[in-house]
Design a protein around this ligand. Structure first.
Ligand SMILES: [Zn+2]
Length: 467
């Protein structure tokens, strides 16, 4: 028996079988049922999402003598001749190899003739954006006044290259990228029918790699079977597709919590040894922290595109990080990602970046600190640790207390004379105005209270590590 690749073997023959494009197939079916057929259609969208397939089904249904609810019967003579690629009334043209004006002129000539057997003569032009300007102009003439029985269906991945004059004469349908779950379900259906044993993790890896294209997913699926046989394991898929092990991302986020700096270098070594791309790793790491963020915000893993076991792992982070922690990591990583693209030594830069984020301290917001004060959960040692300042020396308080008696602080900031005074104070290594505020207050506070205020100011002032 001849081997047929999955994408061809499982090509949909009815609108109902087209996955992930219900918004289009429903409209087309309704149009067929109500006999509101346009003269030209434009199907746009990414590769492998069902544009050409839908064009073929539409062409077939229009000529089917036994159509029901806008679907082809796949049994009548017209359907059979089309399914065996023998139909004379449905003409498929590849825009990439027939882009010249001569070919479009020939097409224009043939458009004049009525269909041989069916009710319509349907021209499907794939990759229509490849046509030359002259070809488009020649086509425009036909589109302006198309013969009664002629229908054009254009498919393109690059609608921006199609002239507006053409687009405005077509009914445009935008095909979507197919969702991860939809692709996984399709692959699962295929694997069951082909008696291939495959786990959820493997399906996720394949579907993610396919990036919204069902055809790509099916091709990868074939490749994986060829590589690993009829029992597919996630490790084999990772190995074959040379995917970065997701475990590495979790190792980094764990090491932020445990402050394990060695991981930065260990992970970098694993990347290097496996020949994985550092830029891909950085993108993966950003997506990883994005996932952590969604889990923290939503308190569930519904926005994580991954297998169930990985989703479970994310859920463990709900209470480990705060939104502001992740936001800082994300903004740092996205800057680093740009630098990495220009870097001569990506390994070294990755190690530095990873060490940096592992070194990030947990952030506390003012409201968190205030909450802690209110509930009395902020111990004096914690305050001192956070504040990282010693109790101000008595002498300082003395000076500032004097200052306080002779001067109102609020006026001192706006008063020019006092500004000069402050400048002098700076040169004499005296406290800066902001510290002055605190110290002024401190003069009337207990040691513990003053450290507390210092802790808050310190948080405000940003101990944040900057790249
Ligand atoms: Zn039929």
């Amino acid at each position: 028996m001849t081997y047929i690749v999955t994408a061809r073997k499982w090509r949909p023959t009815t609108f109902a079988e087209v996955a992930g494009q219900e918004h289009i197939t429903r409209t087309l079916k309704n149009a067929i049922v109500s006999e509101r057929i346009a003269h030209a259609y434009l199907f746009t969208g990414p590769r492998g999402v069902g544009k050409t397939t839908s064009a073929r089904i539409l062409a077939k249904t229009l000529n089917c003598t036994n159509q029901a609810n806008g679907e082809p019967c796949n049994k009548c003579e017209m359907c059979n001749t089309f399914n065996s690629s023998q139909s004379l009334d449905i003409i498929e043209i590849d825009g990439a190899s027939n882009r010249r004006i001569e070919e479009i002129r020939t097409l224009r000539e043939s458009v004049k003739y009525a269909p041989t057997k069916g009710s319509y003569k349907v021209y499907i032009i794939d990759e229509v954006h490849m046509l030359t300007t002259e070809s488009f102009n020649a086509l425009l003439k036909t589109l302006e006044e198309p013969p009664e029985h002629t229908i054009f269906i254009f498919a393109t991945t690059d609608v921006h290259k199609v002239p507006l004059t053409i687009i405005s004469r077509c009914q445009r349908y935008d095909f979507r990228r197919i969702g991860l779950e939809t692709i996984k379900n399709q692959l699962l259906k295929i694997s069951k029918s082909e008696k291939v044993e495959v786990d959820d993790q493997s399906l996720t890896l394949i579907a993610k790699k396919a990036d919204g294209s069902l055809r790509d997913a099916q091709s990868l699926f074939d490749q994986v079977i060829a590589f690993g046989g009829t029992t597919i394991k996630a490790e084999v898929v990772s190995q074959m597709l040379n995917l970065i092990d997701e475990e590495l991302y979790f190792r980094i986020s764990d090491s932020i919590l445990s402050k394990n700096f060695v991981e930065a270098f260990d992970v970098s070594k694993v990347l290097y040894d496996n020949g994985w791309n550092y830029i891909d790793f950085m993108s993966g790491l950003i997506e990883h922290f994005r996932n952590v963020m969604t889990v923290i915000l939503k308190k569930d893993a519904s926005l994580v595109d991954s297998s169930n076991s990985i989703k479970q792992k994310y859920l463990e982070y709900i209470d480990s990080f705060s939104e502001s922690d992740i936001l800082r990591v994300l903004s740092y990583l996205s800057k680093a990602q740009n630098e990495l693209k220009l870097s001569q030594n990506q390994k070294l830069l990755t190690e530095i970046v990873l060490s940096h984020i592992i070194g990030f301290e947990k952030t506390s917001t003012i409201s968190e600190l205030l909450d802690k004060i209110k509930t009395g959960n902020l111990s004096s040692t914690e305050v001192k640790k956070k504040a990282n300042v010693k109790t101000p020396p008595k002498k300082e308080i003395h000076i500032l207390a004097e200052n306080q008696s002779s001067n109102n602080y609020t006026s001192s900031l706006s008063n020019k004379k006092d500004e000069e005074k402050n400048d002098n104070a700076k040169t004499n290594d005296k406290p800066t105005p902001r510290k002055e505020v605190i110290s002024n207050v401190e003069a009337n506070l207990s040691t513990e209270e003053s450290s507390l205020i210092n802790a808050i100011i310190n948080e405000l002032g940003g101990k944040e590590l900057r790249p």
